[in-house]
Design a protein around this ligand. Structure first.
Ligand SMILES: Nc1ccn([C@@H]2O[C@H](COP(=O)(O)OP(=O)(O)OP(=O)(O)O)[C@@H](O)[C@H]2O)c(=O)n1
Ligand SMILES: C[C@](O)(CO)[C@H](O)COP(=O)(O)O
Length: 230
């Protein structure tokens, strides 16, 4: 689908795990292997991915390099230091890829349960529009509140999606979006592309592709991992 064009993956793993009550979610074990090893694995395996850049907290770079040696990752070309915000971390990785990627996947280090076929689905969706995000339909009822905490309205949820990673972009588009961001703070990469007015396609994600955020979500990830039987 990408016709032999260079495809890179950025693994954003430079967060502080502040909501994890003292556990570093990127290096904690999931099924006897570090979360980061689980996250990188599908990108290492997928034949369309040429190169991987991992972004880590500056204090964890040594640990990351030891893990890369231990896992014998062939595609991980760089481990770079992150920044204050997720978008600063991603920007550091985008700079590393300059001149060597036509397409880029951006994926959270804290989402170790993404499956290989989601890379194929991302490629297919991004080939159409230049930008695509995985997402699942919202299953809860969503309320909009006023500042005083009282409900203003209930939103119809037919067109509401909970957005995940991976997110896939043409390199020139996402780089331009990041450069135009100035001081805007966003919670995902696609938001910056949307700010340019460019189209972003949604492709079906998976309810199992959870982001480890709190100790409860780590317990859920462990249960999902056991159930997957791998
Ligand atoms: N400055 C940052 C902040 C986040 N991330 C990464 O972005 C993903 C999503 O972020 P989140 O789950 O919010 O992680 P943390 O920032 O670590 O969480 P917390 O807010 O609890 O500290 C994670 O893989 C995280 O490592 C990053 O690379 N650089
Ligand atoms: C990018 C993301 O995974 C989309 O769901 C998410 O927004 C990043 O996590 P954060 O907690 O908002 O930093």
């Amino acid at each position: 689908m990408f016709n032999g064009q260079r495809v890179a993956a950025i693994i954003a793993a430079a967060g502080r795990s502040e909501r994890m009550q003292g556990v570093d979610k990127i290096f904690t074990l999931l099924g006897n292997r570090p979360v980061l090893a689980r996250t990188v694995y599908p990108f290492e395996c997928h034949p369309m991915i040429d190169r991987i850049v991992i972004v880590l907290n500056a204090e964890r770079m040594g640990e990351g390099k030891r893990l890369a040696d231990y896992e014998k990752w062939r595609k991980v070309t760089d481990i770079v230091a992150g920044g204050e915000r997720r978008q600063d971390s991603v920007m550091n990785a985008l700079k590393k890829l300059e001149g060597d990627a036509r397409w880029v996947f951006i994926h959270d280090g804290a989402r170790p349960l993404m499956r290989l076929h989601q890379i194929d689905d991302g490629i297919e969706a991004a080939a159409e529009s230049g930008a695509a995000v995985s997402a699942v339909p919202v299953t809860d009822t969503i309320k909009l509140s006023r500042e005083d905490g009282m409900i203003e309205t209930t939103l119809p949820r037919e067109r509401l999606w909970a957005v995940q990673t991976p997110q896939v972009f043409r390199y020139d588009l996402i780089r331009r979006a990041y450069e135009a961001a100035e001081d805007a703070s966003v919670t995902d990469d696609a938001s910056l592309v949307e700010r340019l007015g460019a189209a972003v396609k949604i492709f079906q994600g998976s309810y199992g592709n959870i982001k480890i955020t709190t100790p409860e979500s780590l317990a859920t990830a462990e249960m999902l991992w056991r159930r997957s039987g791998e």
